[in-house]
Design a protein around this ligand. Structure first.
Ligand SMILES: *[C@@H]1O[C@H](CO)[C@@H](O)[C@H](O)[C@H]1NC(C)=O
Ligand SMILES: *[C@@H]1O[C@H](CO)[C@@H](O)[C@H](O)[C@H]1NC(C)=O
Ligand SMILES: *[C@@H]1O[C@H](CO)[C@@H](O)[C@H](O)[C@H]1NC(C)=O
Ligand SMILES: *[C@@H]1O[C@H](CO)[C@@H](O)[C@H](O)[C@H]1NC(C)=O
Ligand SMILES: *[C@@H]1O[C@H](CO)[C@@H](O)[C@H](O)[C@H]1NC(C)=O
Ligand SMILES: *[C@@H]1O[C@H](CO)[C@@H](O)[C@H](O)[C@H]1NC(C)=O
Ligand SMILES: *[C@@H]1O[C@H](CO)[C@@H](O)[C@H](O)[C@H]1NC(C)=O
Length: 418
């Protein structure tokens, strides 16, 4: 639900799915229809998870979390264009693999988006079930090893809920409140914390389980001494549905030596453009300190969602989930994302022609990789929650991609660039 604040996409997707409708109409963001019965209150509930789930082949291994210390931060400052060909082209794509989980809890979940905190790569997830233990939480966070594909969860017998609910976030009857992270985490505090944005949603408990974004929320994530992630919601209610949801599409650090953080939004409009706001890290929770790219300058007021001048780039197929990051290898900003209305689970790539985030950007995103969907016969034939994890290889030579497979499993593949 993250990037598309319009739940009509989900509704369309679900209705068309139910009707066996054309795949072109689908574009779920999070897909919750296979898990109808969760708690309407906060905290980790132990309500039964209805999904029938094939277990992944778990590999229980001593968790090793090598240091990626400040790798992301140092890559940010490395400046010159490198060997990477433009437009970026995949020389090879590694095999599609499932995440290897170090906890054998029968975990199913969707969502994604990660970053590096204290040298540890972490990934946020949404609605998380632990079928072996009959548990369900609104979100979870796992830490990963160097190659990013082995995930360690935290909790006892099932992943703990990481994003806390506010005391007033109590669902109305027939609804449940959920926090569904699906956005990257930008490193902050000189590497020891990270910031990210998630939507807080009302989910109707009646099929087809439509959800409505209530507001977004801004988190400051740190790691406790035992490496357990800790999420503090430093702006409990950030953007309302009537506002452009800056940050929900991703966050990145500026490269001009300032302490600024960029916050991206991709409001669903006719021309599907990417918009960006900027704020000093220390003021990230203070909307009054934000400025907004209007096409020529950083303005004090946000452009309207329909304004095209302020688009950093646009994609007529829409901009679904994805990530925008500086590639040291290409010496350019890259955007790796899924079409808003794609039918083929395709990762697209586009890039800035200059070293500036605000462009000019290449006008035509290129198809990068078509991920194999689960196909007919699966509850959810398509993939979603597509993400790139650039901090896994700060050199930018390779890029780890991840997505949600069959609404329950996290799959990965690694691109090696030409
Ligand atoms: C990932 O796990 C699911 C569930 O076990 C399985 O159906 C799928 O084939 C796996 N994918 C890969 C690439 O191993
Ligand atoms: C960037 O390019 C300049 C001029 O070509 C060179 O002097 C400098 O060493 C390069 N910096 C890096 C980090 O490669
Ligand atoms: C990533 O690391 C895990 C654990 O060390 C290993 O099992 C897996 O094969 C690695 N995957 C890749 C793509 O290197
Ligand atoms: C949930 O959806 C059902 C069916 O669309 C609708 O009748 C009901 O009013 C909704 N409940 C709430 C609390 O919005
Ligand atoms: C959006 O609505 C809220 C009230 O929910 C209001 O405070 C805010 O000013 C509105 N924003 C815009 C841009 O209209
Ligand atoms: C994020 O958390 C860290 C650790 O508590 C703190 O030092 C930092 O000031 C916080 N950042 C913001 C913007 O609140
Ligand atoms: C954007 O344009 C659509 C029609 O193209 C219109 O319905 C909508 O009200 C506009 N939104 C804003 C915020 O101007």
């Amino acid at each position: 639900m993250f990037v598309f604040t319009q739940y009509r996409f989900v509704l369309c997707a679900l209705l068309h799915l139910a009707a066996g409708g054309p795949a072109a109409q689908r574009r779920p963001t999070f897909d919750h229809f296979r898990r109808p019965g969760f708690a309407t209150t906060q905290q980790s509930s132990t309500t039964s998870v209805a999904a029938t789930v094939a277990q992944s082949s778990f590999q229980v291994t001593a968790s090793s979390i090598p240091s990626l210390k400040d790798a992301a931060a140092s890559s940010i400052q490395s400046s010159n264009a490198s060997a990477g060909a433009l437009p970026p082209v995949a020389a090879s794509i590694g095999p599609v693999i499932n995440a290897t989980l170090t906890k054998n809890w029968g975990i199913t979940r969707d969502g994604g988006g990660g970053g590096t905190i204290d040298g540890t790569h972490i990934i946020n997830f949404s609605d998380t079930g632990a079928d072996g233990n009959n548990a369900f939480v609104s979100n979870s966070i796992a830490t990963t090893n160097t190659n990013g594909t082995m995930l360690t969860d935290y909790g006892t017998n099932y992943p703990m809920q990481q994003w806390p609910f506010e005391p007033d976030e109590v669902a109305a009857s027939g609804l449940r409140i959920a926090i569904w992270p699906n956005t990257n985490i930008v490193s902050g505090c000189g590497g020891t914390c990270g910031y990210t944005v998630s939507n807080v949603v009302d989910v109707n408990l009646t099929a087809p389980y439509p959800s409505t974004m209530i507001y977004s929320t801004l988190a400051n994530i740190t790691l406790k001494s035992n490496n357990t992630p800790s999420v503090e919601r430093i702006s409990a209610q950030m953007w309302k549905p009537n506002e452009t949801n800056y940050g929900i599409y991703g966050l990145a650090r500026a490269r001009d030596g300032s302490d600024d953080i960029y916050l991206f939004a991709a409001p669903s409009t006719a021309d599907s453009g990417l918009k960006v706001a900027k704020v000093a890290e220390a003021s990230i929770a203070d909307k009054s300190k934000y400025t907004y790219w209007d096409g020529s300058t950083w303005a004090l007021t946000a452009p309207s969602a329909n304004d095209t001048k302020s688009n950093v780039f646009s994609n007529k197929g829409g901009i679904g989930t994805g990530d925008i990051f500086w590639s040291a290898y290409h010496g350019r900003w890259l955007a790796v994302f899924n079409d808003g209305l794609a039918v083929d689970d395709t990762f697209q790539v586009t890039y800035s022609i200059t070293e500036d985030l605000t462009g000019v950007w290449s006008t035509t995103p290129q198809s990068l990789f078509v991920t194999p969907g689960c196909g007919n016969g699966c509850t959810t034939p398509w993939n979603y929650a597509s993400h790139a994890y650039p901090d896994i290889d700060p050199s930018g030579r390779t890029l780890l991609l991840g997505w949600t497979y069959n609404a329950a499993y996290t799959s990965f593949a690694t691109i090696t660039w030409t």
